[in-house]
Write a protein that binds this ligand. Structure first.
Ligand SMILES: NC(=O)c1ccc[n+]([C@@H]2O[C@H](COP(=O)([O-])OP(=O)(O)OC[C@H]3O[C@@H](n4cnc5c(N)ncnc54)[C@H](O)[C@@H]3O)[C@@H](O)[C@H]2O)c1
Length: 319
């Protein structure tokens, strides 16, 4: 039987390019969309039929014809940048997403897997957090929460088969270290490799649920085929590891891996940052998914990736 045709939006980005690698390796036919506003052409496997196009363009619709499954990951992703630009955030993350949903609907796509975020829980105090919580506060989280409400309506009104994924902190090779505020692990690794003091925001006790991109892709692949994942109602799944680590624990592990002993600087915490995130992952586990990555091995992989980026001359700023 011919392998399924999968369309991925945001295919030049961190998670989607890792997904494209995995699907190509597994023999799927992959079509990718990205406007390369944040992603990189060099990250897209050459086997992917790539289209450099904005998800807000009406010209995306024909590209969805014949797709069995769509993974919609394209988004404006940097939370501090979204706080500065609410209109653009909504334009890309809400209007762009609706354009993708409409394209899926017109093309009769069998399964639409789109990405929300654990940021939807930023005003919730419940830990571990189940999918029933809903407390967006930042513009980024509000845009993702709006996508959730639209997806629910598309599923109910048009009978589309949709799955919303609430990723927690995804880490691994190709995490976007180039953005104005690089994610914690990339920031620490770059600073330590440059023999500079890593900046800790707050007192370092804030905790996050980190999930490795390979585990996330195990779930993605499972969702392509698993019929229990779709039903009459919109399925929403937390995608975390179900374990949390403090900022200082991550820093200590990285110092151990790199053999460094550099004291951090302590900076004022980012306003609105959650004290802790922790996913209740029982819904995804019911489908047979189990995150397997060891944090230490995952961090070693990221260190190797960033060393290679430095060697290529891609890490140009000292953050
Ligand atoms: N990385 C995480 O920890 C995390 C956590 C929660 C949710 N998410 C969500 O997962 C998805 C992927 O995240 P990522 O970390 O890989 O982000 P990323 O920034 O690396 O990738 C996003 C991609 O979308 C593309 N894009 C942006 N605007 C576009 C537009 N208008 N048209 C076409 N393409 C566009 C960018 O060029 C980029 O390649 C996003 O929806 C993000 O909100 C990520």
């Amino acid at each position: 039987m011919a392998k399924k045709k999968i369309l991925i939006t945001g295919v030049g980005g961190f998670i989607a390019s890792n997904l494209a690698d995995r699907l190509v390796r597994d023999g799927y036919q992959v079509v990718g969309i990205d406007n390369l506003s944040g992603g990189f052409l060099e990250q897209i496997p050459k086997e992917v039929e790539f289209h450099n196009i904005d998800i807000r363009s009406k010209d995306i619709a024909p590209l969805f014809k014949g797709a069995d499954v769509v993974f919609h990951l394209a988004a404006k992703t940097c939370v501090p940048e979204c706080q500065k630009a609410p209109y653009e955030t909504a334009d890309i993350n809400v209007m762009g997403t609706l354009n993708v949903f409409d394209a899926c609907r017109s093309a009769g796509v069998g399964r639409v897997i789109y990405v929300e975020s654990s940021a939807i829980y930023e005003g919730s105090k419940t830990l571990p957090t189940p999918e029933t919580e809903f407390a967006p506060q930042t513009f980024y989280a509000i845009s993702k929460a709006t996508d959730h409400l639209f997806a629910k309506a598309y599923q109910e009104l048009f009978g589309m088969k949709m799955i919303g994924l609430r990723y927690f902190n995804v880490y691994g090779p190709r995490q976007d270290y180039r953005r104005a505020m690089p994610p914690l692990m990339s920031r620490f690794i770059i600073k330590l490799l440059m023999n500079e003091k890593p900046p800790v925001f707050g007192d370092g006790t804030d905790r996050r649920d980190y999930v490795h991109v390979d585990d996330v892709n195990d779930l993605h692949v499972l969702l392509i085929e698993n019929d229990a994942a779709v039903g009459k109602e919109l399925k929403v799944l937390n995608v975390g590891s179900g374990v949390s680590y403090s900022i200082l624990e991550i820093l200590a592990l990285l110092q151990e891996i790199l053999g460094t002993k550099i004291d951090p600087t302590f900076e004022p915490n980012i306003p609105g940052a959650a004290q802790a995130t922790l996913a209740d992952i029982r819904e995804a586990q019911k489908l047979g998914w189990q995150p397997k990555a060891s944090l230490k091995e995952g961090l070693k992989g990221m260190v190797e990736y960033i060393k290679a980026e430095i060697a290529k001359g891609n890490v140009t700023h000292s953050l």
